[in-house]
Structures are given as structure tokens and as C-alpha cells.
Design a protein around this ligand. Structure first.
Ligand code: SF4
Length: 92
């Protein structure tokens, strides 16, 4: 199974999604990027996803995309949905 960010909305690819080609999460298990819940295994999945993001050369592009798209779920650019909501509030 191919991992993220293969699942990104590819219709935008010709515009500004070319950064996904260099994503560190390509080929990784997409489930760790969508932890369910706020405890136990979900925290381990979140930590694993953030660890991959920490070494990703397109992290900034990914976070910018997620903030602009209002991505409501998943780990993007090393952030959780809650962290992105806080970032959006701080920049408003
Ligand atoms: S920052 Fe994380 S979610 Fe975004 S492309 Fe890189 S590894 Fe994937």
C-alpha cells in the first residue's frame, strides 16, 4: 500500500502540490497519520507521524498547504488538527 501523501488531492498537482514528491511520508502507513482518539495507541501513532514529519524536507510546504486547505484531520506538517486550529487563531 502506498502511504501518504499519495492520498492528497491530486487535482491540484499541477498548481502547487509538486512538493509531495519529496514527502518523507511517502510509502509510510497512512493510519499513523490519522490517529483515532487522544490516548493510548493514538498518542503513539501521533508521535510516530510527527517523528517522520520532523525529518521531512517539505514540512513547511505541507503545513502551509494544510492551513490553507483547512485540513480538518490528520497529521500534516508535523501538526495535529488541534495545533493547526491554534495556529490559525494566532494568525487571525
Ligand atoms: S510534513 Fe509530514 S505529513 Fe507533510 S509531507 Fe512531510 S512527512 Fe508527510
Amino acid at each position: 500500500m502506498e502511504g501518504r501523501p499519495v492520498n492528497l488531492r491530486r487535482t491540484d498537482r499541477d498548481q502547487d502540490e509538486h512538493w509531495t514528491d519529496d514527502a518523507a511520508c511517502r510509502g509510510s502507513d497512512p493510519e499513523i497519520f490519522y490517529p483515532v482518539g487522544f490516548a493510548g495507541p493514538a498518542l503513539q501513532q501521533e508521535a510516530a507521524a510527527k517523528s517522520i514529519c520532523a525529518g521531512c524536507v517539505v514540512r513547511s510546504d505541507c503545513l502551509t498547504w494544510a492551513l490553507r486547505a483547512g485540513e480538518p484531520a490528520g497529521i500534516w506538517g508535523g501538526t495535529t488538527p488541534e495545533e493547526r486550529r491554534l495556529l490559525r487563531r494566532m494568525s487571525a
